[in-house]
Unconditional design. Structure first.
Length: 124
């Protein structure tokens, strides 16, 4: 795999993740389509990639006063529980089925964004 493309994909994914607009989707698509990773491997790598990006985002958002400190503990606990449950479910479902589920999810997100953009444009 081309190292330059990996760096570009990681950069775009990190920027998108820091903005809160789904950097994981960018990385997942790159890893599975161009990187040759299996779906579950790509998801695991995506989660590892998310950790330093999330830490940097937390530091920057905290500096700007954008973090509700009372929401940290409940969010972290529920996120950790959901991550463990999701990992177990993903392994139960398997690689091929996860690919299809992810593809359908992307299709629905894309359709929802198109519909949303048409609504916004028609209101203007």
């Amino acid at each position: 795999m081309n190292t330059f493309l990996m760096i570009v994909a990681a950069f775009v994914s990190g920027v998108a993740a820091s903005l809160g607009i789904g950097g994981g989707m960018v990385l997942m698509i790159f890893l599975t389509v161009f990187g040759g990773f299996k779906q579950l491997e790509a998801q695991g790598l995506n989660l590892l990639f998310f950790l330093p990006v999330a830490l940097l985002s937390i530091i920057l958002h905290n500096r700007n006063g954008l973090i509700d400190k009372k929401a940290i503990a409940p969010s972290a606990i529920s996120g950790a529980v959901a991550a463990v449950a999701g990992t177990a479910l993903a392994h139960y479902i398997g690689n091929e089925n996860m690919r299809y589920i992810f593809a359908v999810f992307l299709l629905f997100v894309g359709i929802a964004e198109l519909v949303k953009s048409f609504r916004i444009n028609s209101e203007e």
